[in-house]
Structures are given as structure tokens and as C-alpha cells.
Ligand binder design. Structure first.
Ligand code: SF4
Length: 775
């Protein structure tokens, strides 16, 4: 037993000991708009309509889902992009009236026979990047939204006062209700609303309610996350999963939405009405068996969740430490997964949707809060997952209890742990160099490892503290970089190279210095640096399985498309490759887990009645991926310059970093840059850094060339009209916009490869405007 914790058997009362007068809170609700709808049935995975709610005008209406929409956009993230394209302008910003927040499902979402089938997709224009950000998230909201009658929820406009939007799938009513008295922080609000909207005072009824909320800090920062609840019948607690990246919780609060509530009546394993339930059940059972028999010998997700990655990352020099300066640390063993295993409540199934035998949503119950407004209270902490632990190692915080504290407050305040951790780690490095100090940080001593100061920063953001540093810091690494440069407090290059963001979004928690493919995975992507293809690090760096630019480009085509496919269908990616069939290593392409890919082919066919192949699955994703890139271009952010990453992601920035891995870098100067041992010996560390810097920048540019070509884009990263037509798109507005951008690039001399090629090397194509001959 860890000091400060209580045994689970003593813990019977849900998250908190608060007692609320729920009748009073509910009677303060005023219905501002409502809409009666005819309840329908889901057929072959689709509800066949979406729900539109305008907070400004009170208009609530249904929109049909057409066969053409299914064919071109499949569902989930694809539907979100299509609805956004129809509703926003290229000049729309995150806080514009017409910006939308979308929650979408996919045709496979809500299945209970196949592990990992309960994901919702959330999309909006992000305050961090001012382009579309998409996030997937567990919890019950997505499946319930579909069973309530809708494939997607589209929220536009802004309410004048705090509201909840309620979708009552039992009665067939959607309402916008003024909600003045509820809490805002998630752990309290989700408890209040779950109780309030449950049809009866029973756990079974509470389980049929799901809440989306954020928290106090979301309204004062750009890191706002969305918390999706799922009522845990054993713990008697509404637990939460996060759509963390890009500040979608900030958009929720900007629209003055306190929460979204969905409730359903009866639902069961075949509520999706699959075309072929027998095949679906067969494929699902096969995977369940695999997980049960093999997980303990592979990732051990059922015991420790994604936290098992910490020790692996540390061993391979990939665990971000002190703002990605290092990839391992002497104290790292203090936060290895066994430390969290001690804290997790055991023997309770931990799936974030029914039927997920992977059950990786681990939880610490009865955690005693150490700081802030809830100090001394006992709460349930959902997590920590690997990324949250990595965010803390990045700040050099090595105490599991402080990691839980950070995890709890980020969640309840509605803050993304990754963005906050990565940004604060950068502020800490600036503090170490004296570029920031106590005075410039509004009294905070933000040195590496100062967990107290990191928590204090979160509390002050949540309180709406108006001091200059807190205001800027809450907007993330990009704004702090600009602020420091504008104040002239530090060397511009150092600040740009060490603030770990790209497109305005903070990096997630992997050190990419030695994996060019993963640098591409972070930079040559749509929404910003997210760990969507983190396994590329192992293929590239550890196994050296993709040595050439062409091979890396192929990997950066296939894997992002494959990863996208989960988001089109409402699926969790983890049961694809965090569990593998026993004979997977003997297959031709083990990294693709071919047997599982075939499962998904059969699964989608069994649900929809289609007859797709594994190539069709990639094509479904390619359509969505290119459409999203084209929308980035439309919004002025989809070119090569937008795909750049800070140098810390490519290599060592400071002399200390170089010296910490001197043998590795010296060897690279000898082998990759063909310097003589004499030259290397004579060079100063600064000179070596400069040479390495140029070399790695060049490599990244060549990688971008190869990737753009493979994806069917111009050398400046624009999807071509020819490629879009090949994918089946005929939207004239979209095709003309892309052609105009390409013509403008031509005039400005931007249709040129970015890499510098030696005589013996070739760019991806020697033909100018190579895409024009594509049929
Ligand atoms: S694998 Fe984990 S995150 Fe994915 S659905 Fe299952 S419990 Fe949720």
C-alpha cells in the first residue's frame, strides 16, 4: 500500500464526497431550444443522418448521410471533414462564430464483439494551429450518439450563457439548456450530470448516460481537452478518456458549452445491425482469444496499460527527458510501469467501451489530492497513460504520485497532458539558461523537476490569472517562443530550435533525433506532431528496416493511411499492433500485422455488406487524408514551410547534448559525413554541431521530397487536382483552389525540390510538373 492511498474495498462512494442539491441545479435549467426527432434504427453501422446544432440561433436540424458521402468519406473523421468543408470559410479561425466542433462516429463504432470499437472522432479548427485538428477518444459518447440516432454531431455558433446540449435518445428530443449552477471542472460536472440525467437512480441507468466536458483551465488556455465519460458500474464512478490534442476543449468553452449529454435506452451487441453478424462474431472471438492468451507475454496492456512503454523508451534512448535533450535518465526506473502497477486498482476490467478485452484504461482509485482546490480529497485518477508519464519525464518529474497529481488536475481542468507537459518542459529549459527567470515567470521557479511550480502554473491558469507570463504560457510553446524573441531575451535560433512544436502544436512524447522516418511522422503530417505512427521509430532506428528515402516515403505513405482508417471507422488502433498473432514474426510484413489487417477487411464487410479488399481500406484513408491536406492548403497552412520541425527533433542543439552522446555523433561524422578521424579530432563541439545541423536539415528536406512525391503532391506539398480526381473527387471548388495554389507556387518559384542532391543522387522526379501527365 502506498502512503496516502486507501484500499479499494473502503472506496465505495464514487469519485467525491460532495453532496449537491441536484433538484435545485436542474430546476435552474432553462430550455433555450429543443427539437423532436423520430428515433431511427442503425443499419449496417450507419444511423444515416447527422445532427446540426447552432448555439447562436438555436437552430437544431437533421442532415441526411448519402451513399456518395459514405463512398467518399466512409465515416468518422471523413464525415467531420466533409461537414466542415460545407460550413466554414478559409478565413475561419478557432474562435470564429462559424467554427464548428464535431463529434463523429464510424460504421464500426459501437460494436461490442470486436475489441476497441467505441471511439469517437472530434474535429475543429484548433486554437494552437488554426487548421483542422482531429482527435480520437474512447468513452461511451460516440456509440451512444449513434444509437440515439446520429452518425455525427455538428456544433456551430456560440451560446450567450453557459449551456448543456442534451441528446435524449430514449425520448427522441435534442435540447439546448441554460445551465448556470453546475460545476465546470470535469470530475465534478460529469458526476452531477450523470446523476441528473439518468432515468432512474440505478447504476444501470447511469451507465446509459455519457458526458463530454472540459474544465476551468480550458477557457483560459489553448490546451483545452475534451473529456468523454463512461460510467464504471463497479467503481460507481463516471470515468473519462480525453480527446487531448489541439485545444478542442478550448473551442467547447468558447462556445459556452458546459457539457454535452447523451442518453440511450436499450442497446445490445447487434444494435449496429451488421450485414453479417455471424462472421463479425467469429472475427471478434478470434481476437479476444489472442488478447487473453498473449497480452501478458507481449505488451501487458491488461495489467499496466500503455505505461509499459516507459522502460522500453528509456532503454532505447527515446524517453523525452528535460525537454527532449536526452532520451534516457538515471532516475527513469522510478516511473517504470511496475511503480504504477502498484497503484492501479486491480482485477477490475478496464475497457473504455464494452467488449474491449485489451482493457488498457487503467485507474488509480482513492488517490489523495496534494495541492490546489481539491487538496485532501480522494479521487479516481484515470491513467496515467504513457504520454502523460512521458510529459512528466520531459519536465524531469520522477515521482509517481506527482505524476498522478499532474494527470488528475490536467483532466479535471480540461487540459491536454501532452501539450502542457511539452510546453512547460520548454519553459523549464529557458529558465535553466536564464532566458526566463522567477520575475519573468510571474513568481514561478520553473526549474526542471519542480513539480510544485508546474502544478502551480496549472492552478493559476485555471483561476484565470491575468499576469503576463501565465497568459502567454497558457497559449503554448509557439506563443512563448514568439514572446521571448519579441522581448529579445534569448538567442532566436536557440529558442526556435528547442521549443518543441510544429504548426503550433506541441510534440508528443518520443525523442526522434535518431529516426528520420519518425521526424517525418511528426512533421509531414496534417494536424501537427502527434504520435500516430510512433512505431516507425522502431522500424527505422532500432531495426533499420527502412534505410532508403524511398522506403521511408513508402512507410510514411502506408502507415499514416492505415492509422487514418481507424479514425474513419470509430476504432481504437491499439488492438491492431499492440497485440500480435503468435506467428506474426513469420509473415512477409510483420510490421503490418497482416492477419489483423485481414480481420479488419472481414469486419468492415461483415458490418456494411460491402466487398472491400485490404487495398480498398487504404484507398478510403487516402481520400480523407488528401482532403484534409487540401483543406489545410485552402486555409493557407499546407505547404512545405508548414511541415518544418524544430532542430531539437532532428539532432542535438546544445554542446551539452552533443557531449552526452559524443561517441554516437562523432561516429556519424566519420561514417555518414565522411570526415577523417583527424578532422573530427580537430573540430570544436560547436563546429561539429554546425556540420551535423546542416546534414540533418538536408536529410529532412530530401525525406519531404520523397514523401510528397509518393503521396501525389507537388514539391511544395500541395495535393494535385490530378491526384484528387484519381481518388474520385470532382468538387469543382476544391479542384480549382488547388490548381490556383499550384499556379501561384509556380510563379513564386516554389515548385522545386527542397533537397540538395549530389551527382550520384536523384530527386524523386526529374520531370517538371510531373503530375500533369497523371491520368
Ligand atoms: S485498447 Fe484501451 S484505449 Fe483502446 S478501446 Fe480498449 S480500453 Fe480503450
Amino acid at each position: 500500500m502506498v502512503e496516502g492511498q486507501i484500499a479499494i474495498e473502503e472506496y465505495r462512494t464514487g469519485i467525491t464526497k460532495h453532496h449537491w442539491d441536484l433538484k435545485k441545479i436542474q430546476s435552474a435549467h432553462k430550455v433555450l431550444a429543443s427539437y423532436l426527432y423520430k428515433k431511427g434504427e442503425v443499419n449496417r453501422g450507419y444511423a444515416n443522418r447527422t445532427l446540426y446544432v447552432n448555439l447562436s440561433t438555436g437552430i437544431i436540424q437533421e442532415k441526411p448521410v448519402t451513399d456518395d458521402m459514405k463512398k467518399k468519406f466512409t465515416g468518422g473523421r471523413g464525415f467531420g471533414l466533409k461537414l466542415l468543408w460545407d460550413s466554414i470559410k478559409p478565413t475561419t479561425r478557432w474562435n470564429s462564430e462559424e467554427n464548428e466542433l464535431l463529434i463523429t462516429t464510424g460504421p464500426l463504432c459501437g460494436t461490442t464483439q470486436y475489441a476497441g470499437s467505441g471511439k469517437s472522432l472530434c474535429l475543429s479548427i484548433s486554437p494552437s494551429t488554426n487548421i483542422i485538428c482531429d482527435c480520437n477518444v474512447g468513452g461511451f459518447f460516440g456509440p451512444y450518439l449513434k444509437f440515439a440516432g446520429f452518425d455525427a454531431l455538428e456544433l456551430q455558433g456560440k451560446a450567450r450563457e453557459d449551456v448543456v446540449v442534451v441528446i435524449d435518445g430514449e425520448k427522441g428530443i435534442v435540447s439546448i439548456e441554460a445551465a448556470p449552477l453546475e460545476e465546470i471542472n470535469t470530475h465534478l460536472l460529469s458526476e452531477q450530470l450523470t446523476q441528473m440525467y439518468a432515468t432512474e437512480n440505478t447504476d444501470k441507468s447511469r451507465q446509459k448516460v455519457s458526458i463530454v466536458s472540459s474544465g476551468l483551465a480550458a477557457q483560459h488556455s489553448y490546451w483545452g481537452c475534451l473529456n468523454f465519460s463512461f460510467y464504471d458500474i463497479r467503481r460507481k464512478v463516471p470515468r473519462i478518456k480525453q480527446a487531448g490534442r489541439g485545444g478542442l476543449g478550448t473551442v467547447l468553452r468558447d462556445k459556452k458549452i458546459k457539457a454535452l449529454v447523451v442518453k440511450v435506452g436499450r442497446f445490445d451487441g447487434v444494435s449496429n445491425h451488421p450485414a453479417d453478424p455471424i462472421t463479425l462474431a467469429k472475427v471478434g472471438i478470434k481476437l479476444h482469444r489472442e488478447i487473453r492468451n498473449l497480452d501478458r507475454y507481449q505488451c501487458n496492456m491488461r495489467a499496466v496499460g500503455t505505461g509499459h512503454l516507459v522502460e522500453i523508451m528509456d532503454a532505447y534512448d527515446l524517453l523525452p527527458t528535460e525537454n527532449y535533450r536526452f532520451g534516457s535518465f538515471p532516475k527513469a526506473s522510478k516511473i517504470y510501469s511496475p511503480k504504477f502497477y502498484e497503484l492501479f486498482t486491480k482485477i477490475i476490467p478496464d475497457g473504455c467501451w464494452h467488449g474491449c478485452t485489451m482493457a488498457c484504461a487503467k485507474t488509480v482509485d482513492g488517490y489523495t489530492v496534494m495541492t490546489g482546490p481539491y487538496k485532501g480529497e480522494k479521487v479516481t485518477v484515470d491513467g496515467p497513460e504513457y504520454e502523460t508519464i512521458g510529459a512528466c519525464s520531459n519536465m524531469s518529474i520522477w515521482d509517481p504520485l506527482w505524476i498522478l497529481e499532474f494527470n488528475f488536475y490536467c483532466d479535471t481542468y480540461g487540459i491536454d497532458t501532452i501539450s502542457a507537459g511539452t510546453a512547460i518542459a520548454f519553459y523549464m529549459e529557458m529558465y535553466e539558461y536564464g532566458i526566463l527567470n522567477k520575475e519573468r515567470c510571474s513568481g514561478l521557479e520553473l526549474c526542471f523537476g519542480n513539480a510544485d511550480a508546474a502544478l502551480e502554473l496549472l492552478h493559476r491558469i485555471a483561476q484565470g490569472d491575468t499576469s503576463e507570463f501565465i497568459q502567454v504560457a497558457a497559449r503554448g510553446a509557439r506563443r512563448v517562443k514568439d514572446w521571448i524573441i519579441q522581448k529579445n531575451w534569448g538567442e532566436k535560433q536557440l529558442v526556435e530550435d528547442t521549443g518543441m512544436e510544429s504548426k503550433g502544436l506541441e510534440f508528443s512524447e518520443y525523442v526522434t533525433k535518431e529516426s528520420l522516418a519518425m521526424q517525418g511522422g511528426y512533421g509531414l503530417t496534417l494536424k501537427g506532431p502527434q504520435h500516430d505512427e510512433a512505431w516507425l521509430i522502431f522500424m527505422d532506428m532500432v531495426n533499420n528496416a527502412i534505410p532508403t528515402f524511398q522506403m521511408k516515403a513508402e512507410a510514411l505513405h502506408y502507415y499514416p493511411m492505415w492509422r487514418t482508417w481507424f479514425g474513419l471507422n470509430g476504432l481504437c488502433k491499439l488492438p491492431w499492433n499492440d497485440i500480435e498473432p503468435a506467428n506474426n514474426a513469420e509473415t512477409a510484413e510483420p510490421s503490418k500485422v497482416p492477419e489483423h489487417v485481414q480481420n479488419y477487411v472481414e469486419y468492415q464487410n461483415a458490418m456494411t455488406g460491402w466487398n472491400v479488399t485490404k487495398e480498398d481500406l487504404i484507398l478510403q484513408s487516402e481520400r480523407c487524408y488528401n482532403w484534409q491536406r487540401a483543406m489545410n492548403v485552402w486555409m493557407g497552412r499546407g505547404q512545405r514551410k508548414d511541415d518544418w520541425i524544430p532542430f531539437r527533433a532532428m539532432g542535438p542543439v546544445t554542446e551539452m547534448e552533443y557531449l552526452s552522446r559524443k561517441e554516437r555523433y562523432d561516429t556519424q561524422l566519420l561514417e555518414k559525413l565522411r570526415k577523417s578521424p583527424k578532422d573530427v579530432e580537430k573540430m570544436t563541439v560547436r563546429e561539429k554541431l554546425t556540420i551535423l545541423y546542416e546534414f540533418r536539415r538536408g536529410q529532412y528536406n530530401k525525406l519531404a521530397d520523397a514523401v510528397y512525391y509518393r503521396r501525389g503532391w507537388t514539391p511544395n506539398g500541395i495535393p494535385t487536382p490530378q491526384k484528387m480526381r484519381q481518388l474520385g473527387f470532382t468538387d469543382k471548388k476544391m479542384l480549382k483552389m488547388l490548381q490556383d495554389k499550384i499556379d501561384a507556387d509556380e510563379k513564386n518559384g516554389l515548385n522545386l525540390w527542397g533537397g540538395t542532391y549530389a551527382k550520384e543522387e536523384q530527386p524523386p522526379s526529374n520531370q517538371k510538373r510531373y503530375w500533369e501527365t497523371w491520368k
